[in-house]
Design a protein around this ligand. Structure first.
Ligand code: HEC
Ligand code: HEC
Length: 384
């Protein structure tokens, strides 16, 4: 069609024409016989369409109004995001009236979970305290550890019983909602960093009973600061966590596969780290326990990159092939090899034999997956 045009004719195509109109180039001063041949109207040698000034003016108006509409839509969306990224889920997930039972054996069980398998202390303490925690010191859970995520920086809160900066003024119901649904006291939903939404009521109550005995430590933790993308994702995609069933069945603490599964999925978070995930939303994207999830490089890993290993028992690539039950318990008790690994080795090293057996027995039943991951540790120098 282009070729068919006579070279002597002044022609103009849609694209030029839009640009002319938009930039107000002196299109209206062209000689009277100027025409714009529209490429989809080729009606023969002497039939042309003329674009008149009123038409051009109208078109200009339409284009400008479209631009204004787009601007208003984008502006409105951003305003919506700005006011909704911390939207409250109080209505859909109200705080329940709850007063947890407490006695010395419940508190002891809570302490075991908090400093052991549930490793609350590993996240809810400052980075400097982690070496002490690894040695077995019950470091204060005064928060301040930062997760540097694509969404922005998320700080772990102070969960000591301090009334101003900690959870001293949280009710049992508020703490329960946090652990069951990942909804904070202020009603905002959290990225699923804590995997406890399928923990049994008995265990959650024990954790709360123990938290009530923790002495207050005053420490004001910075507020989370999200990137624009983080705010958008929070507004559109981050919802309260939901337990798989209601009520969650009680799982008896013993060395069975069932209890091992419960620990790995809902308490110790082995699955949460040893399965590949989308860092923006936390969604699981890999085969369970086949690893490949990247953590770091950031301050907490001393700028090393960690890629979680495959802990299925695949005969070529699964780390579990390396261990029998005794060997596995020995490895878990042995603690960290890589100094800045994000795996909470300290808390796990203090698990009971029975819990470690349960974990091993369960992992042995997990579908072996052939998947070789990079790492597990990549030093800063070789990252470019
Ligand atoms: C993997 C790290 C991690 C572990 C393990 C962890 N937490 Fe958290 N916790 C966080 C982060 C991060 C937040 C803040 C989330 C946010 O603001 O989006 C948080 C928030 C909280 C809050 C919310 C306080 C508020 O503002 O209402 C409580 C309570 C809490 N955690 C208790 C616990 C307890 C109890 C455990 C152990 C059973 C635990 N956490 C284990 C990372 C962790
Ligand atoms: C916060 C993330 C995280 C959690 C939670 C986690 N791991 Fe890991 N794990 C890692 C990383 C990273 C490595 C590789 C670096 C290292 O060895 O420390 C690793 C390594 C391992 C290894 C290989 C060690 C070796 O040298 O043979 C085993 C086995 C393992 N994890 C088992 C577990 C089990 C079981 C759990 C749950 C009780 C668990 N992990 C929870 C991140 C995690």
């Amino acid at each position: 069609m282009f070729k068919k045009l006579k070279p002597s004719l002044q022609t103009c195509y849609w694209f030029d024409f839009l640009i002319f109109t938009f930039y107000n180039i002196k299109i209206y001063c062209l000689p009277k016989n100027t025409f714009f041949k529209l490429p989809f109207h080729n009606l023969g040698e002497n039939t042309y369409y003329y674009l008149t000034k009123p038409f051009l003016m109208k078109l200009k108006k339409i284009i400008l109004s479209l631009l204004v509409i787009i601007l208003i839509a984008v502006g409105g969306f951003l305003l919506y995001v700005q006011t909704h990224y911390n939207q409250s889920f109080d209505e859909s997930h109200p705080v329940t009236e709850l007063k947890v039972k407490s006695d010395s054996s419940i508190i002891e069980h809570g302490r075991y979970l908090v400093y052991g398998p549930a490793h609350c202390a590993h996240c809810h303490t400052a980075l400097e305290n982690i070496p002490e925690l690894e040695k077995g010191v019950e470091v204060p859970m005064s928060g301040g550890f930062v997760f540097e995520l694509p969404l922005g920086n998320v700080y772990t809160p102070n969960i000591t019983s301090d009334k101003e900066t900690g959870i001293g003024n949280h009710t049992d119901g508020e703490l329960y909602r946090m652990l069951r649904h990942n909804v904070r006291k202020d009603g905002a939903a959290c990225l699923e960093l804590m995997p406890f939404f399928n923990m049994s009521d008995e265990d959650i109550h024990a954790v709360i009973a123990f938290l009530r005995t923790v002495p207050p430590v005053k420490n004001e933790v910075p507020k989370n600061d999200y990137t624009m993308m983080g705010k958008i994702i929070r507004t559109m995609a981050i919802k309260p966590s939901e337990p798989a069933q209601n009520p969650i069945p009680f799982v008896k603490q013993d060395s069975t596969i069932a209890y091992g599964k419960y620990l790995c999925e809902s308490v110790a978070n082995c699955m949460g780290c040893h399965t590949n995930r989308d860092l923006k939303t936390g969604a699981f994207v890999g085969e369970p326990y086949a690893g490949g999830f990247q953590m770091g490089p950031d301050k907490s890993t001393a700028m090393y990159t960690f890629i979680t290993p495959n802990i299925t028992s695949d005969p070529e690539t699964g780390y579990l092939r390396l261990y029998d039950e005794v060997g596995f318990i020995g490895r878990m008790r042995g603690g960290r090899v890589h100094q800045t690994s994000p795996m909470p080795w300290g808390p796990y090293s203090r698990l009971s034999d029975s819990d470690l057996k349960a974990i091993y027995r369960y992992l042995k039943t997990v579908k072996p997956v052939k998947q070789k991951n990079a790492g597990p540790m990549i030093p800063p120098a070789s990252q470019s």
